[in-house]
Design a protein around this ligand. Structure first.
Ligand code: PA5
Length: 430
């Protein structure tokens, strides 16, 4: 499914160094044994095979229920409880999903910031609309979604009464721990589980992502089928042909050479939130002990007009990963003009997609020539199986790469510091 084109990166690498299989094989072993068995947090490794079929049926039934009674699904969550869902929605439906004509509910995201402006705006969009809430939080206690849940639960109750509201609340959280789980049990909200050994940023293929995806009409069977194929491929192939092994090895070799920023690029605007999801996955997993590759993302060709200069000519501490698709969902031809005012008649009759692909080839070549190592990830289609495959590929590569760097991919001690300060300022009781 994925093709990894390393032609633009190998000239920058010492072959005898980056092609060593032992470090990545050892990282894979450590992922499966130490982190899988001893510390946990690796159930995502075999999730596409072991996921709970009964829960999966319940997700589909809940999605059907939401679609039948709501114009809007409000997804409340932050970080790993939000970014993957939004990435799937934008990539597989559209960044303009809410504006398009469709038979599925609009999906609004809240609880991913502390902006009263944003909360109020979403509130006003709900006027005269039937809506349901899916609150997603693994810990069940994160401040942003907790505040949004209080506010929108209030909205829901004032619209439908306590009992009516209760049946429109869908909770996705830990199996046993956390305030949200207790609340769901007490009030009888429909609830789903983010399995114990799956942390937030590795949870997109659990109910955290699957319920809102299904509501938006995304084929979640195909998402899991893609992830399953990726799992089989990357866990059975223990040779250096394994694309996840190669990607992890390339990143870590470049990092050791001083390339400490990775820019993820795509020429499809629908991919933008995949970049956001990817940044959290790699940034929170690897940015530790004052080290790690800083993940950035760009949306081409738009960002060629803003970041293009830096990429081409700025400090040479970058590596770039370009994702592209071999087929496109639709194309549009450039019209001819009787008088060639803009000088574009040489393009008349050609599809915009062909021009987009030429822009990609030209950019990749210019960046390589300009001293940026470029890895290309090529997927056949922009569809559900590709999404499932790609998320699994990135999760596994991320786990391997972090372990090769010598850090625990699954904790995030650094995010506690600002919280301590904030809670102190807010006067939270000890
Ligand atoms: O990866 C992680 O665990 C975190 O970044 C979480 O996704 C994020 O903090 C949201 O946490 P929760 O789902 O517990 O509300």
């Amino acid at each position: 499914m994925i093709k990894l084109d390393l032609a633009g990166v190998t000239p920058f690498l010492d072959k005898s160094e980056w092609q060593k299989t032992e470090p990545v094989a050892a990282a894979h072993e450590e992922l499966v044994t130490k982190y899988g068995i001893d510390c946990g947090y690796t159930s995502w490794l075999n999730l596409p095979e072991t996921y709970n079929r009964n829960e999966f049926k319940r997700i589909k039934a809940a999605a059907e229920q939401i679609r039948s009674e709501s114009d809007v699904l409000l997804v409340i969550g932050v970080g790993g409880s939000y970014l993957g869902t939004r990435a799937a929605l934008e990539l597989l439906r559209s960044p303009n999903y809410n504006l398009s004509a469709k038979h599925t509910p609009n999906v609004y995201f809240v609880g991913n910031n502390l902006s009263a402006e944003h909360i109020n705006e979403i509130g006003s969009l709900l006027r005269n609309k039937n809506f349901s809430i899916n609150v997603v939080s693994k810990s069940g206690g994160t401040l942003e979604p907790a505040i949004a849940f209080r506010i929108f639960k209030d909205f829901l109750e004032s619209r439908y009464g306590d009992i009516g509201a209760r049946s429109r609340i869908y909770v996705t959280t830990d199996r046993a721990k956390g305030a949200l789980r207790q609340w769901a049990e007490k009030e009888g909200f429909t609830s789903f589980v983010i399995p114990d050994k799956i942390g937030g940023r590795f949870s997109v293929l659990t109910a955290a992502g699957l319920l809102p995806m299904a509501v938006a009409g995304i084929d979640i069977d195909q998402v899991l089928a893609g992830a399953f194929d990726a799992m089989k491929t990357y866990t059975e192939d223990t040779s250096f042909h394994n694309a996840a092994w190669q990607y992890a090895s390339v990143r870590q070799s470049l990092y050791r050479q001083g390339q400490n920023i990775e820019v993820l690029a795509c020429f499809e605007p629908a991919f933008r939130y995949m970049g956001e999801w990817w940044k959290q996955l790699f940034g929170e997993s690897e940015g530790k002990g004052h080290g790690g590759i800083f993940p950035a993302s760009v949306d081409f060709s738009a960002d060629l007009h803003s970041m293009g200069q830096y990429l081409q000519d700025g400090a040479r501490t970058l590596m770039e990963t370009v994702v592209s698709f071999e087929t496109f969902r639709r194309d549009i031809k450039i019209p001819a003009l009787a008088e060639d005012f803009d000088g574009l008649n040489y393009l008349a009759g050609r599809g915009v997609e062909g021009i987009n692909q030429a822009a990609k080839r030209a950019t990749v070549k210019a960046h390589i020539d300009g001293g940026i190592p470029v890895t290309e990830i090529i997927l056949p289609d922009m569809n559900e199986t590709a999404f499932g495959w790609l998320t699994y590929f990135f999760q596994l590569s991320c786990g391997l790469s972090a372990l090769m760097q010598g850090v625990n991919p699954f904790d995030q001690p650094g995010v506690e510091d600002y919280k301590r300060n904030m809670f102190k300022l807010l006067g939270r009781p000890e």
